[in-house]
Design a protein around this ligand. Sequence first.
Ligand code: SAH
Length: 255
Amino acid sequence: MANDNKQGKLYLVGLGPGEAEYLTGAAMSALRESDVVVGFRAYIEQAGDLLAGKELVSMELGQEIERATKAVELAYAGRVVSVVSSGDAGIYGMSGPVFQVLNGLDWDGHNPQVETVPGISAMQAAAALLGAPLMQDFCAISLSDLLTPWTAIEQRLKAAAQGDFVVALYNPRSRNRQWQLMEARRILLEHRSGKTPVGIVKDAFRPGQQVTITDLDGLEAIAEDINMVTTVVIGNSTTYLLQGHMATPRGYRDK
Ligand code: SAH
């Protein structure tokens, strides 16, 4: 696409959880306007036809900083670049690495222009499929200790448990990372009942979607089914079940 004044642009685009219907109009426009699209192969493929004719820079897990660097270089060279993430790019997504790269350069805040296009994050998608679990204060905790030491994650789990936050767990369990989920359960059980509802959403708004509701006691038995395309939502002390849904009242007074 012609970019006569050579003013580069970086879009940080959230693609939403999966199905094209959950990709925002603004995300579509950003992708359409872009010369280059950077992201994980699977997510890029998710955007399908929108990408016809674009230069694609696909990446594998662990290449986030390299790809962010590449995207920033292209934008400095005057290209319009979309860096895509699933869900929201600003939630455990590519926005972090891009800002990190800009932070290491003499970025003037204008050139390249940076614009974030928010997307529906996994916890919102999961909550929608479960009912209304995120109704009071809640937090997201990633159980991945790839970039964050386990001691910090443990500290956050304890604080969330003590604070009676509803908790959305991202990156709950992978082939090489299995005990963390059970450790999270153990920490939460120190402050809440075994009957606390737990919603498990796998592949939200994607083919193969699975929604399961259990409780903290029951979580152990089905932990094997939980993987990296799963978000786990753990209720607080007021969360209840209703006809196969999981809901948290708007406030404690309604309990
Ligand atoms: N930026 C993304 C999160 C990336 S971290 C977002 O805002 O949603 C990756 C984790 O997100 C996965 O391990 C999983 O916990 C969660 N996740 C992403 N897409 C999901 C989906 N469609 N269904 C369930 N969980 C999902």
